[in-house]
Design a protein around this ligand. Structure first.
Ligand code: NI
Length: 191
């Protein structure tokens, strides 16, 4: 089932999400719903807080980047469910790229992130997986991982620039920004 995507301004997006247990109620259907919601909104990643669940879980599918950009090796077959992920190593070299976020429609911001990360997580079968990610895959994962700590792309830009966005961000929360997927607005309205 496609769920409404929580829009900027909802406290669930600023909260630190909690780890879950293997027997977490409704986990399988939540993961199914997150895939459906992500594909419906044409996103490459979706974190549980974005559908209103403050738990440490996200899904990513980098296939829209499968060609690879700027010499990147691309994202072929980079489709993952990550449960209780922990990034335990990040490269010191970073690069910048413009990012968007399904919870902040119409806004794109240049974000600097480490080029490579090492991450440990449980997959959909609760097998513990360790991966070394680079390029776009590392970027997508870091963006979603941020959501679990209440961090959004607007937190990565200088305060001065963020202030300039104030009106636009308010309009998103008021549902004044056109989107072609369902959203849950801070006042609880679904549009
Ligand atoms: Ni996002």
């Amino acid at each position: 089932m496609v769920k409404p995507v929580v829009a900027f301004g909802d406290p669930v997006l600023k909260a630190e999400a909690v780890e879950i247990e293997k027997n977490h109620l409704g986990l399988d259907s939540l993961i199914d719903d997150m895939w459906e919601t992500m594909y419906d909104a044409e996103g490459v990643g979706l974190a549980a807080p974005q559908v209103g669940e403050s738990i440490r879980l996200f899904v990513v599918d980098g296939s829209p980047f499968s060609e690879g950009e700027d010499g990147d090796e691309g994202c072929d077959n980079f489709k993952r469910v990550m449960i209780n992920p922990v990034i335990f190593e990040s490269s010191t070299d970073e690069s910048v790229m413009e990012e968007g976020c399904l919870s902040i429609p119409g806004i794109r911001e240049v974000v600097s992130r480490p080029n490579e990360i090492k991450i440990e997580y449980f997959d959909h079968n609760w097998d513990l997986v360790e991966e070394h990610l680079k390029g776009i895959a590392a970027r997508i994962v870091q963006h979603e991982y941020d959501h679990l700590d209440g961090i959004m792309i607007t937190d990565h830009i200088p305060a001065v620039k963020r202030r300039l966005l104030h009106g636009k961000l308010r309009d998103i929360g008021l549902g004044k920004v056109p989107v072609d997927y369902r959203m849950r607005l801070p006042k609880g309205k679904i549009r």
